[in-house]
Design a binder for this molecule. Structure first.
Ligand code: NDP
Length: 453
């Protein structure tokens, strides 16, 4: 018994954050249990980042083969979608096994089933109750769809990852991360793709140049983007599914996918009954130490609906374990967190957008540097794709406050540049860094002219 409790830490949710926090806690001698109501590994490993990226690698060969022809290769190929999905599933199964081994190796006790809180120190799962000094809510999120007639005919990213056949015509509702990533996957695989958004542009919250540049690139590939439209109803027809727009038109598809956001998994967990405050979207409210409104109950990751990114959840989980079990208080710093959208071409971004900078420092207080160019590879490949790179600089200090890129390898490149942004380096530091030539990344240290506005 740990101080009269069965465990020191009981984690609900064996996704990336819950597993990382639990393992770190166990490494300091804590007695840890982790409950999972689906599969060990969670969204990122099984229904998100990993399988999605494998499908992106798998479908991107279409672009690579087209490029190769420009370089003199004779390449013909067709995709066996079923084979790709099966290979992806083998890999996610393998990863699930690794996650299970990591838990057992760390002596974290895994339990399968739906966990509910009975009080601030008691969890019920599968008809049994367990007590714990601390409880960690790491139950993640799930896709949300609006309640319109016929919504049951649609799929979300969960099902899209497991389609056994490639739909010929796909409609995607929503214009966020998931929508544009799947648009790229389906289009490269050969489907006709239409994105339907209620606003005027994809990727709300991103820098305007990123939004505009990616829009142009997606359109070049033949992805249709219908703006200012809402789907009012969906009907199943003999030929597939029909989306009827509120404005009156219809779009025919073989699959209609909803990527209209995700909601926290807080249903039926007894959270409110024990006094854990949830916000209006159902997210667990926490402070920077991951503390909920009930002492001893903590929450990390997507269930808190702050920065819904795997590495953030992992850092939050490990930080909490350091705080509770290693006498090493670690709060989470949510500033300058780099992120990527694995669209085709992808987006990499860190820091603030131009609009945010102008709000903070005034329009005159911000210097903008931007380059758009045709990457060298495509001078011969014949592909029309262009790259956009941008620096947002605080004029008074010279600090680079935002870095944004759309183009091949943007996530790989921006990960490196993110260190400079996090370290608070200035445009002068960028300028005195020698370029690696010929690369696309070198543009970030070669931008001399401020963009005129
Ligand atoms: P997002 O919040 O990114 O985007 C939701 C989209 O759906 C927006 O375009 C929004 O439009 C639209 N929308 C919302 N509600 C409705 C509605 N009722 N009718 C029509 N359109 C609607 O959500 P995602 O599902 O794409 O992704 C969820 C989160 O998962 C992301 O925010 C991100 O944190 C994480 N994620 C990260 C990835 C990565 O790091 N590469 C990849 C995938 C997901 P509007 O702009 O008008 O609000």
């Amino acid at each position: 018994m740990a101080g009269g409790y069965d465990y020191d830490l009981f984690t609900i949710g064996a996704g990336s954050g819950g597993v990382a926090g639990s393992r770190r806690a166990a490494s300091y001698g804590a007695r840890v249990a982790i409950a999972e109501n689906w599969r060990i590994g969670g969204t990122c490993v099984l229904r998100g980042c990993v399988p999605k990226k494998l499908l992106i690698y798998g479908t991107h060969f279409a672009h690579e083969m087209a490029d190769a022809r420009g370089y003199g290769w004779t390449v013909e190929g067709s995709l066996d979608w079923g084979k790709l999905v099966a290979a992806k599933n083998r890999e996610t199964d393998r990863l699930e096994g690794i996650y299970k081994n990591l838990l057992s190796g760390a002596k974290v006790e895994a339990m399968l089933g739906h966990a509910r809180l009975k009080d601030a120190h008691t969890v019920e799962i599968g008809g049994k109750t367990f007590t714990s000094k601390y409880i960690l809510i790491a139950s993640g999120g799930r896709p949300e769809r609006p309640a319109i007639p016929g919504i049951e005919h649609t799929i979300t990213s969960d099902e899209a990852l497991d389609l056994t056949a490639l739909p010929r015509r796909v409609v995607i509702a929503g214009g966020g991360f998931i929508a544009v990533e799947f648009a790229g996957i389906f289009r490269a695989a050969g489907a006709e793709v239409t994105i339907v958004i209620r606003g005027d542009k994809i990727l709300r919250g991103f820098d305007e140049d990123v939004r505009d540049h990616l829009t142009a690139e997606l359109k070049k590939q033949g992805i249709a983007i219908r703006t200012g439209e809402n789907i009012a109803r969906i009907d199943r027809t003999a030929a597939g599914d029909r989306a009827t727009l509120a404005s009156g038109g219809t779009i025919e598809a073989d699959r209609i996918m909803y990527a209209t956001g995700r909601v926290p998994n807080t249903r039926d967990m007894g959270l409110e009954d024990v006094g854990v405050h949830l916000d209006k979207r159902g997210a667990v409210a926490v402070d920077e130490w991951q503390r909920t409104t009930v002492p001893g109950i903590y929450a990390i990751g997507d269930v808190t609906n702050r920065l819904n990114l795997t590495p953030v959840a992992i850092a939050e989980g490990r930080g909490l374990a350091e705080t509770l079990f290693n006498d090493n208080p670690m709060s989470m710093d949510h500033t300058d967190v780099p992120s990527a959208v694995f669209s085709q071409p992808p987006v990499g971004t860190v820091g603030i957008t131009q609009a945010e900078a102008e709000r903070l420092y005034g329009v005159e207080g911000v210097d903008i540097y931007r380059a758009t160019f045709r990457p060298m590879k495509h001078t011969i490949s014949g592909r029309e794709e262009r790259t956009m790179m941008k620096l947002v600089v605080e004029a008074a200090t010279g600090r680079v406050r935002g870095v944004h890129m759309v183009g091949a390898d943007a996530p790989e490149i921006v990960q490196g540049v993110a260190i400079a942004v996090k370290a608070g380096l200035t445009k002068k530091d960028f300028d005195r860094t020698v370029a690696i030539h010929p690369t696309a990344a070198e543009e970030f240290v070669l931008m001399r002219e401020k963009v005129k506005r």
